[in-house]
Design a protein around this ligand. Structure first.
Ligand code: FA5
Length: 361
């Protein structure tokens, strides 16, 4: 091929290509240069294709120079593209930057005074209850902790004195994951995680989502929330448990509500109790929420079983404790007189707007 240049001219081509890449101001223009210089019929590719037509002594140097030029142009294209992308993203970030701490009135003056909730986010009633519970617990001097939704069998069951084949597992219709883990069926695994990472005395709570694959009705969801309480100290007894629950529920309801404590069974507490509240949806006369009994089960509780303390690395000869697990959705229902737990996840804005008191902002 007669047009094939000697290696000196390849250097000139290389310089021309590099200058063009450097001058390109958009990613599209750079891509066009890639095809014009390096593509199948690109100018540097042409040089390589024409090497066979050169005098033998020129083939080596021209081939070498052309390959080096290709490599250099390719590298320059990558560098230029990265620089253009980063400049583009920087400009985008500058343009779309949001200050989440800016007062609402400054962002949307028209919407600010509106208690309608239009154009604004609403706090979900269960989230509002959760925040309130956390505030109350902090004011009671308790640490507020968290735990993972995806748990292993040991934390969710075995460490809580619920071995495989224990009948108590039946009441926790469990969602198992392919890797052998599970979606936690209660917040009690946080007890074990807390004991394993802290030394007594421990006074802590953890609120969060739990999952049970069970039949739904007015007071049963398959995704709901619990508040776990865990206290470990010397000489803890049922009186400590009762007075803590009394203080907590007194702060939540701020009025006289009738509660009752029933003996119950949990493998991880001994003795165990359940606490019911007089149904605040029907006032105790009987409805779907209380299943016509006039009472709604709000929480399970008891003194922590010695096996559980041991599993958490705590010596039951020195330390004792109590724990409770409270249904946050049911508490929210009692608080607002909500007659069906399924409203919470139904996503009906007409229902949610009734709680517009909890506006975000
Ligand atoms: C437990 O989950 C125990 N881990 C509680 C516990 C903790 C006992 C620490 C002792 C010591 P239970 O399955 O009963 O227990 O659930 C506790 C509370 O969660 C119930 O009282 C109820 O308020 C709520 N709850 C249970 N199942 C559902 C459901 N399907 N939908 C909504 N709330 C529920």
């Amino acid at each position: 091929m007669s047009g094939t240049p000697p290696s000196g001219s390849v250097e000139a081509l290389r310089a021309e290509a590099l200058a063009a890449v450097e001058a390109a101001t958009t990613a599209e223009a750079v891509e066009a240069l890639r095809s014009a210089w390096l593509g199948r019929s690109g100018r540097l590719q042409d040089v390589l294709r024409g090497i066979g037509a050169l005098p033998p002594e020129q083939r080596g140097p021209v081939g070498k120079a052309a390959n080096e030029a290709k490599g250099a142009v390719e590298a320059a294209i990558d560098v230029r593209l990265a620089a253009l992308r980063s400049a583009h993203e920087g400009a985008l970030a500058d343009r779309e930057w949001v200050d989440p701490t800016m007062p609402l009135a400054a962002v949307a003056p028209a919407a600010a005074p509106a208690a309608t909730g239009r154009g604004l986010g609403l706090v979900h009633p269960v989230s509002g209850m959760r925040r309130e519970l956390e505030d109350i617990c902090l004011s009671m001097g308790l640490e507020v902790l968290d735990g993972p939704w995806v748990e292993d069998e040991w934390h969710n069951f075995e460490a809580l004195n619920i071995p495989r084949d224990h009948p108590a597992r039946d009441s926790h219709d469990t969602t198992w994951l392919e890797d052998g883990n599970l979606l936690r069926t209660h917040t009690s695994p946080v007890q074990i995680r807390t004991m394993a990472t802290r030394k007594p005395p421990i006074r802590a709570v953890a609120v969060g989502r739990v999952f049970r694959h069970e039949a739904l009705d007015a007071s049963h969801e398959n995704t709901f929330h619990q508040l776990e309480g865990i206290f470990v100290d010397r000489d803890v007894h049922v009186g400590h448990l009762v007075s803590t629950l009394r203080t907590l529920l007194g702060e939540v309801f701020r009025r006289d509500v009738e509660v009752r404590l029933r003996p119950s069974f949990f493998p991880f507490t001994e003795p165990s109790f359940e606490l019911d509240v007089r149904c605040l949806v029907c006032g105790g006369t009987g409805c779907a929420v209380c299943k016509r009994t006039g009472w709604v089960e709000l929480l399970g509780c008891g003194l922590i079983h010695p096996n559980v303390l041991r599993a958490g690395g705590i010596d039951p000869a020195t330390w004792s404790g109590f724990a409770f697990g409270l249904g946050v959705d049911r508490l929210t229902m009692m608080r607002h007189g909500i007659e069906d737990i399924r409203h919470f996840a139904a996503g009906d804005l007409r229902f949610l707007r009734q709680f517009a008191g909890g506006l975000v902002g």
